[in-house]
Design a binder for this molecule. Structure first.
Ligand code: OAD
Length: 272
């Protein structure tokens, strides 16, 4: 299907020729590192390499539901740093918005909880927040919702919030998907979409956490898949029409936008 080999130019031609009208984008923490938010697994700079101060039994415990039930404080220490509102979307987020503006975006699947795709203007109905977000919070015991203003206050003070129902008083946490919890319905309701896509773009993820990591594999064998990432990940590159754009994703997105003749438009959108 790809005319011109496994290159950025061939992908750009495929899009310009109108063959990509239903693009699925799958992303992770790497698309937000240039905004100043650390990813999880990069050596040295990743969150998991910098949690020694929290005295965790293992790094991923900070997002583990069983661990949280016994010791919620480390999560709240991190939440203060990760809480949305302090960061600006990257040009990679604006690229997703541009695909949406051009009517080419079928769905954006994100593992990120930073809400930067929304902030960049990608419409809510185009986004699947596979690992939840800080948008809502509830009691881990009785599931009662907890007020947003009180959560903000709790995060600011690093004060672990408890359910307001006196007969419960369970721990409250943002509706972020922790290890040991199931993904939201919107993930399961939309995970068939990669099989309907005519182009798949994977950006800024190590593709290590299931079930998200399986999404690119749901694309049809004849659907070109592009990886824009610092490193090769998962099975990306194993199919004849996989194109690897290795390096920084903002740079990769600019290369692709440039090959498409969209670079000025993209830069303008980002600066808005
Ligand atoms: P990871 O930290 O596992 O992977 C980030 C990927 O992005 C790595 O492959 C990096 O090399 C790459 N990367 C980093 N900066 C980049 C840049 N500027 N340009 C291009 N690539 C870059 O993050 P995720 O894959 O998102 O889940 O992690 C998946 C899940 O694991 C998260 O949603 C989180 C975590 O535990 C939960 O907490 C449930």
């Amino acid at each position: 299907t790809l005319d011109g080999g496994r290159t950025v130019e061939a992908i750009a031609k495929y899009i310009r020729d109108g063959k990509a009208k239903k693009i699925v984008v799958m992303s992770g923490a790497g698309i937000s590192t240039s905004a100043g938010i650390p990813d999880f697994r990069s050596p040295n700079t990743g969150l998991y390499a910098n949690l020694a101060r929290l005295n965790l039994p293992y790094a991923e415990a900070v997002f583990d539901i069983s661990y949280f039930r016994t010791n919620p404080l480390p999560f709240y220490i991190l939440a203060q740093e990760l809480y949305p509102g302090r960061y600006r979307p990257t040009i990679t987020h604006s690229f997703i918005k541009l695909l949406s503006d051009k009517g080419l975006l079928l769905k954006h699947f994100t593992q990120n909880i930073d809400c930067l795709e929304r902030q960049a203007g990608v419409p809510g109905e185009k986004i699947v927040e596979a690992h939840g977000s800080f948008a809502r919070q509830s009691c881990v015991v009785c599931k009662s919702p907890y007020p947003a203003d009180r959560m903000l206050e709790a995060v600011r003070k690093m004060d672990v919030p408890h359910c307001l129902r006196p007969e419960c008083e369970g721990l409250v946490k943002p509706e972020i998907v922790f290890f040991g919890e199931s993904l939201p319905d919107e993930f399961h309701d939309n995970k068939h979409l990669p099989s309907e896509a005519d182009l798949c773009i994977v950006m800024g993820t190590s593709l290590t956490v299931q079930p998200f990591a399986s999404l690119p594999g749901f694309c049809s064998e004849s659907t070109p898949r592009v990886l824009i990432n610092l490193e090769q990940v998962g099975s990306m590159g194993s199919r004849p029409d996989d194109v690897l754009i290795l390096g920084d994703c903002d740079a990769g997105v600019r290369r692709l936008a440039s090959a498409l003749g969209w670079l000025d438009e993209l830069e303008a959108l980002w600066k808005e």
